[in-house]
Design a binder for this molecule. Structure first.
Ligand code: DLL
Length: 433
């Protein structure tokens, strides 16, 4: 099943021709309307008329999060405020939020792409979508909401929070689809157990999880605990919100990025050079249909790879791999590069270890230290000290063998690590303070 078959299965030459046409229009738009782009294009010696092929995109300078901060709040908008019908913002950990604006047409594109994403994930009219992404400045709640309505599904706008009530509603209302962050889904699984609710008695069939990095092993854990098919959805407010890319239910292997609206490139984050297909690097996205705040070559900081190999679902749009982290979340511990997701993968493979963990990075003299706090289940926790010690040693060894970094593992009691109703906080890097 497809929502926009004509576009989703467009032969690549036609798709690329469409991209070029839309790219040219976007460059002309920002050149005309956004002083920041007029200057940066001039500095690079580019006039809109110079963009004659998709390769010419590589001549255009990048846009960064800092550029967005510098033009806080509305400096990069390419439409007059009277045409902006919605404003969202992402908070981030430091500094001012990043502000984005949508015209009526942008909202309609986003709605269509979210509906398209739902259908790719096997969701259809008649489904009851329990939308536990937060409603507000965060794009998750409203983005999924509009897409669900466009599809003609029934949406329950529950937002995040009040987890016990979420379980009751899911059960009583017969929800068939769950949308929230992967970490929140596990928190729900835990709350359900406490309430004596078994997910096998619920009607949930599909979960659409994103907004934070998660691992393939975490997928296994969620599918087993919530008794549903868990799919990965990607997006970011700067580009649109959720629905930029999603896994198809047919292959569950790589996220189709909607190339009739976005051009994706993978670059080496250090040199800025575009990498060949299949290589891992930073995802750079150019929007080609946006009016409110079109962005040229936006550096997402997200690490992935891209493939244009045909997919068994029949869609022709490229697929990006599950995000392996953000280049700015990458921890450098005694010179070793480590992504929290790599540690997560190791932890999740170990029997008795729960998917709730926190990495604490600190400095002892000149030496970086890493402590991995992870919850174990009741059964293990009530075991003898000897057993617990052996288990921590085993995890320390696996982390050392696979990632080359020395750490101490602290096994903690169930429910001691803070739960999140939105994006989980996995790292506490005390070195920066
Ligand atoms: O998180 C939009 C969204 C909402 C996506 C709901 C999916 C579902 P921001 O708050 O602007 O927007 O955060 C964007 O979150 O650059 C990634 O680092 C991270 N992220 C989003 N989806 C994924 C994912 C929303 N599937 C930032 N896997 C992005 C890994 C993700 N990281």
């Amino acid at each position: 099943m497809m929502f926009h078959e004509e576009f989703e299965c467009m032969p690549r030459p036609a798709l690329e021709a469409l991209q070029l046409k839309r790219l040219q229009a976007t460059v002309a738009r920002v050149h005309g309307n956004v002083p920041f782009y007029r200057e940066s294009l001039a500095k690079a010696g580019i006039k809109p008329a110079d963009i004659n092929s998709l390769e010419d995109l590589q001549r255009i300078p990048f846009t960064t999060k800092q550029d967005m901060r510098d033009s806080y709040p509305y400096g990069l908008f390419a439409a007059p405020m009277e045409e902006i019908v919605r404003i969202h913002a992402s908070s981030g950990t430091t500094g001012k939020p990043t502000v984005v604006g949508y015209t009526q047409k942008d909202i309609s594109t986003w709605t269509e792409l979210m509906a398209r994403s739902f259908v790719a994930a096997g969701v259809h009219k008649g489904d009851i979508i329990h939308n536990a992404y937060g409603y507000g400045l965060f794009t998750g709640g409203l983005g999924a909401h509009y897409g669900a309505e466009r599809l003609g599904a029934s949406v329950i706008p529950i937002s995040g929070g009040n987890t016990k009530r979420q379980i009751v509603i899911m059960k009583d209302f017969g929800s068939t689809v769950l949308t929230c962050t992967p970490s929140y889904s596990l928190y729900m699984a835990e709350a359900a157990r406490e309430e004596g609710v078994d997910f096998r008695d619920l009607k949930l069939r599909v979960g659409i999880f994103g907004a934070e990095p998660w691992s393939e092993t975490m997928r296994g854990e969620i599918e087993a605990k919530l008794n549903l098919a868990a799919l990965d959805i990607y997006g970011l407010s700067e580009i649109m919100g959720p629905g930029v890319a999603i896994e198809c239910i047919e292959a569950k292997h790589g996220l189709h990025i909607w190339e009739d609206h976005f051009i994706a490139e993978i670059i080496d984050p250090d040199t800025g050079k575009v990498l060949p297909e299949g290589e891992k690097g930073e995802l750079v996205i150019t929007t080609i249909t946006k009016e409110g705040i079109p962005l040229l070559r936006y550096r997402t900081r997200d690490i992935t790879s891209i493939t244009r190999e045909p997919c068994k679902c029949g869609r022709t749009h490229a697929r990006i791999a599950r995000m392996s982290g953000r280049s700015d979340d990458m921890l450098i511990i005694r010179g070793v590069n480590v992504f929290p997701s790599q540690i997560e993968s190791i932890l999740m493979r170990i029997e008795g270890v729960e998917p709730h963990y926190l990495l604490i990075v600190d400095r002892d003299g000149n030496l970086d230290t890493l402590e991995v706090q992870v919850e174990v289940d009741e059964r293990i926790f009530s075991d003898e000290v000897k057993v617990l010690q052996a288990l921590s040693k085993q995890i320390e060894k696996e982390i050392k063998d696979l990632l080359g970094v020395t750490c101490t593992v602290r096994l903690v009691e169930p429910k001691t690590i803070a739960r999140s109703e939105g994006k989980a906080k996995r790292v506490n890097d005390k070195r920066k303070m």
